[in-house]
Design a binder for this molecule. Structure first.
Ligand code: DQA
Length: 147
């Protein structure tokens, strides 16, 4: 069975109470439950990780080597400037899809730049919690095409 790691970066632990007008009212637990349900429908295993720390995210990505088949990642604000997370995504050598709740192209200028997207196979942005579901589906289809 395909194994997918779902990574959430800084401040996403506060979803539900964090700027709900921008990010919606679903908590991270609720979003993860939605992803787990869709993963079960798709017949894949999912593992969840959230951290507010760049190095912890990098360590978790490294741990996925030889264990997972692909990654869905919302790097939070690290999207816009973490070359270290970008390098980690490239280093682990498995397909990754970047997801965002908000439409990062339609907000402040600094958010329109993603340094991580170029090493991902796709980016899904602006669909709220559904971005994670779309990201998971894109990743699973790509992995199944590879077989
Ligand atoms: C975000 C967008 C980022 O710009 C922001 O820093 C986040 C959340 C999103 O999911 O819309 O923390 O990644």
């Amino acid at each position: 069975m395909l194994r997918i790691l779902v990574v959430n970066g800084p401040n996403l632990n506060l979803l539900g109470r964090r700027e709900p007008d921008v990010y919606g009212t679903a908590t991270l637990d609720e979003i993860e439950a939605m992803v787990a349900t869709r993963a079960a429908e798709l017949g894949v295993d999912v593992y969840f990780f959230q951290s507010n720390h760049e190095g912890a995210i990098i360590d978790r990505l490294h741990e996925a080597i030889d264990v997972c088949d692909g990654v869905v990642i919302n790097p939070g604000a690290y999207t816009h400037y973490s070359y270290a997370i970008r390098d980690a995504i490239a280093a682990i050598g498995m397909p990754s899809v970047e997801v965002h709740l908000s439409d990062i192209s339609a907000r402040e200028d600094f958010r329109a730049v993603s340094v991580t997207a170029p090493v991902c196979i796709d980016q899904v942005s602006g669909l709220g919690a559904a971005s994670y579901l779309e990201g998971l589906e894109l990743l699973v289809s790509r992995l199944r095409e590879e077989d």
